[in-house]
Design a protein around this ligand. Sequence first.
Ligand SMILES: *Cc1c(COP(=O)(O)O)cnc(C)c1O
Length: 434
Amino acid sequence: MNYFSTSANAPLVSFREACIKGQAPDRGLYFPQYIPQLPVSFFQNMPGQPVPEMAMQVMQPYIGDDIPEAELYSILNETVNFTVPLLPITASIDVLEMFHGRTLAFKDLGARFMSRCLGYFVKNMQRKITVLVATSGDTGGAVADGFLGVDGVQVVILFPSGKVSKVQEKQLTSMGENVYALEVEGSFDDCQQMVKSAFMDSQLNEHLFLTSANSINIARWLPQQLFYFIAYQQWTDTENAPVIAVPSGNFGNICAGLLAMKSGLPVRHFIAACNANDTVPDFIATEVYRARQSQSTLSNAMDVGDPSNFIRILKIFNGDISALKNKLSAISISDKETADAMKELYQEYGYLADPHGAVGYLALKKYLMNNPGYKGLFAETAHPVKFFDTVEQITGAAVCMPAQVEELMKRNSFSNKMKVSFEGLKDYLISLPV
Ligand SMILES: *Cc1c(COP(=O)(O)O)cnc(C)c1O
């Protein structure tokens, strides 16, 4: 499989090169040259099939010869090392819990796959790779955990001081080993700006082999398809394909779901569940794409005003907007509605959702009200404990700490405080072992 750039001004690359580079040199995103079609036998064998075997058949065409089969199997086996249960909420709504990975957000799956692929590719390289990433919360933890102890790779994470949740901060700062956390006295945008400057500094790039691990990397995007195949394995209504609502920010997760559908997975309809950041709902309504500044909301991992992966969604539908609208709706949910949905889920169904999942639930409920007879599922993308202050305040319920979080909160933190200064970051990076 080769990958082209969505900006159409860069050479084709293999999976390996796209994984190492992240973004194409013309600033486009990499996209597969064709979308593999799964045979009928795949779906016949699907019920009860072990996840790593199913994952092999889905992912192998995207990797080609870049990773030998046995190695890929072992990577996939380690990638989905947690359960993804589908649980009933109402007669027509199920929840797909994507958050049972080690850092309690769905991003674990993509981060684990990417870290292991990069770890494999680095074995044949002379130089150590430095993964540099700015985080507003969940990405940093998943990436740090995914790369922990991977030979030949070190990770530097920049996070805004005081602006991530307590659990998120511990996840970033307590890793040690090859993971370094920098607590920046500024905003997430400042962190991202410092990272961008680092990628453009030629002296730094001579000294270090820098790469990024943000969600536009195909090795984080593509494996997220597996969530949707695993969901379908548990979907019992063979007459009715599910409507699927996905809490969306940068649109990587839902875009992977759409890719799975294009490969043959039965899905009736996708719903992009957005918060007040309504760039895509507005596009679906007007067919005009207008990027905007992000607004802060209760579901902060979805506060994105110009979602990177939207261009990939257009590619999946070959730019045919009516075909896209036939399969994809998008709904914007306010913070007030999110809080009410959290209360409703808890009080009427005994289900404690985090703010992101609650946006998904309400988006699905609204869609099903207009489309009676359909059934669906929404993705719960983070464990409520990651946002326990908000969840407890809104629902009045106490969030039960999973044992892994209790253990985490007791660990020592290591981080370096840093002012918003690219020179400071550069000096720090140059001081790291190479
Ligand atoms: C990152 C994140 C999202 C948004 O996912 P995208 O792939 O960027 O659309 C939703 N919920 C949670 C909890 C997240 O961490």
